[in-house]
Design a protein around this ligand. Structure first.
Ligand code: GCU
Length: 615
């Protein structure tokens, strides 16, 4: 089987599998250029010139060819850009370009036993049997793939730190981590590490109370040691007081106190502290209708604006709930003008089909980015969708999500059609248009069969794949839809929980009124009767029925479109992806029938078009 058949080359089909050689990023850039030009059969002369423009680069014409000019990492990005353009048969000429976000991060949720939380592509690329244990060649190819779309920082370990992962910041593991950092550095990629907030309490200091001087000293010593091994570490990423993880609240202290303490330990080395804002009551009583989970992050952090140190960055999920198929942008991303923020996306398809069902995420991300003001976040991070599967992402087409994320992180904007076309042209030049069309049609299909009008969380508890309309309805997680025989949804307007009041006025007013609320978010913000009349004259319930019938049909159409490509695809790629589409079609039917039956049984109202609903 050649490499194209395995999916291992990803979109870098123009590069040989041999890893580049060199001791510096510039060596790597030159090595990649040579290898790429020769495999593309490109004869013109291409010079690489280094300047002091950091990650930026430009590509101009010279008398007898081209000049790629850029800073230390810029030349590498310039080389990948050049090769990508040639492979796509486009002009490589590029006026000076520099990244929108200075840190463009992947957060892996890998555990040291080799499992990956919310991982759908095999085991961890980094860990095995509680050791850093990886295939070095593979890490080179991973780093090359990330660098080709400008990702410049990765966090290899899970935000939920399970022992012995806490020891990564000690001598037990630092020598191994240093080796990983040394490889990644060649590709302009820096490490970031998650830490266990309570670690000083059981590892020498007796407490992790941020008020105690001993705890400050403990973290200062840790930071000093970590930076001795990895001088360019980005910093720490922390999940504190979130989903049973300890944090400052455990000690009766504030998040400013906790975050600033850690940030001060990192400051002497130029390190940053990424502090996740996924903080809410995960022990809610479903009978409690006052508490409204989407309000939690804003309520916790907005009053603290201006109180965090300069090297603290609040890392905020794109939506206020949790990576659902359809959510408004988090109100916290509009707030806190005097605080550094990172936007957190999820490439891993936790709620969007587990990389079994196809869901091209660039449209969802475009919807997030176009809602927000340009400077809403200074940094960007995303939960990775990679594992040790040969094709990296489980589903070959899910590689497009990784590609699109990198492009967004560079541009600060999402252009789904453009990224799909680029990716498909590079990966499957023989069927680029058809594959791009399949990608672009995929999210609407999934949204229709899985998530009516912004409702969310009708998934199987814990695994988050497949339908379970009341799977979370009587749980502790605060994710209720409260369907009864006449209505569904939580009233989050000014007449209800008041969540809409967390938005700037113009958005708050828009969301507050069902008549002006974007239809796709209607049930995120409102509780409505099944006979509520929608803009096009259909009732809410009929719209839900129609979407589910249509979505399942669209899933079948995706599979049929793929089947058309049988003669254009390498055989194994074709079969692998077809097997995923077969599972998707089955899943879509299950969603359609379970959700429609559920609403029919609740409401007693039949489908106006008389289609089959199970009673
Ligand atoms: C979700 C996800 C968890 C994850 C958490 C987080 O709840 O299901 O697996 O740990 O988000 O972002 O911290």
């Amino acid at each position: 089987m050649n490499i194209i058949d395995t999916g291992a080359a990803a979109w870098l089909t123009y590069l040989p599998m041999e890893i580049p050689q060199g001791e510096t990023t510039q060596d790597i850039a030159r090595s990649e250029l040579r290898a790429g030009l020769s495999s593309l059969g490109f004869a013109a002369k291409v010079d690489v010139i280094e300047d002091d423009k950091g990650e930026g680069f430009e590509i101009t014409q010279s008398q007898d060819g081209y000049v790629i000019k850029g800073g230390k990492t810029g030349v590498l990005y310039g080389v990948y850009h050049f090769l990508s353009a040639i492979a796509r048969e486009e002009s490589p000429l590029t006026p000076f370009t520099a990244p929108h976000y200075p840190l463009r991060m992947i957060n892996h949720w890998d555990n040291m036993d080799g499992s990956v939380e919310r991982g759908y592509a095999g085991r961890s690329l980094f860990f095995k049997n509680h050791q850093l244990d990886y295939d070095e060649q593979r890490i080179h190819r991973y780093a090359r793939m990330l660098a080709s779309v400008s990702i410049n920082a990765i966090c290899p370990n899970n935000v939920n730190v399970h022992p012995p992962m806490d020891l990564l910041i000690t001598k037990t593991y630092l020598p191994q981590l240093k080796k990983l950092a040394d490889i990644l550095r060649l590709y302009g990629i820096r490490l970031l590490l998650t830490i266990e907030y309570s670690m000083p309490s059981y590892h020498g200091a007796g407490t992790a109370d941020p008020h105690e001087k001993t705890v400050h000293t403990w973290w200062e010593e840790r930071a000093a040691e970590v930076y001795r091994y990895i001088p360019d570490l980005v910093g720490f990423l922390v999940k504190a007081d979130s989903e049973y993880r300890p944090g400052p609240f455990t000690y009766g202290r504030s998040h400013t106190q906790g975050a600033n303490m850690l940030a001060r330990a990192l400051a002497p080395y130029g390190g940053k502290l990424f502090w996740r804002c996924f903080v809410y009551n995960c022990k809610q009583d479903w009978r409690d209708t006052e508490t409204d989970r989407p309000k939690a992050a804003f309520a916790t952090y907005a009053p603290l604006d201006g109180e965090f140190d300069d090297n603290v960055v609040l890392q905020i999920k794109n939506g206020p709930l949790d990576f659902q198929v359809r959510e408004p942008a988090s109100p916290l991303l509009y707030a806190m003008p005097n605080t550094n923020k990172a936007l957190e996306l999820q490439i891993a398809q936790e709620y969007t089909g587990h990389q079994i069902d196809l869901f091209y995420l660039a449209q969802l991300w475009r919807d997030v980015l176009t809602q927000l003001p340009k400077g809403a976040a200074q940094y960007i991070a995303a939960v990775g969708n990679l594992g040790d599967d040969d094709n990296w992402c489980g589903h070959d087409l899910a590689q497009a999500n990784l590609y699109a994320y990198g492009r967004i992180a560079w541009l600060g904007e999402s252009h789904p059609e453009q990224f799909a076309a680029e990716w498909a042209r590079l990966t499957y030049p023989q069927a680029a248009e058809e594959v791009a069309d399949i990608l672009l049609a995929s999210p609407a299909a999934y949204e229709k069969y899985a998530a009516p009008l912004g409702l969310g969380f009708m998934v199987n508890p814990h695994i988050h794949y497949g339908p379970s309309p009341e799977g979370y309805e009587f749980s502790l997680w605060g994710t209720y839809h409260r369907a009864d025989q006449t209505a569904i949804g939580v009233d989050r307007s000014s007449r209800g929980t008041g969540f809409t009041g967390q938005y700037p006025d113009q958005f708050g007013a828009l969301f507050d009124d069902p008549a002006t609320c974007p239809e796709k978010l209607l049930l995120f913000f409102h509780r409505l009767r099944y006979d509520h009349v929608m803009a096009d004259g259909r009732t809410l319930l009929q719209r839900i029925y129609d979407d589910h019938f249509n979505g399942a049909q669209e899933a079948e159409a995706l599979k049929a479109a793929w089947e058309q490509l049988k003669d254009k695809m390498p055989e194994r790629t074709f079969e692998r992806v077809l097997a995923r589409f077969e599972r998707q079609v089955k899943n879509a039917r299950e969603w359609r029938d379970v959700i429609n039956t559920y609403f029919y049984r609740k409401s007693g109202i039949s489908d106006a078009r008389g289609r089959m609903i199970y009673s």
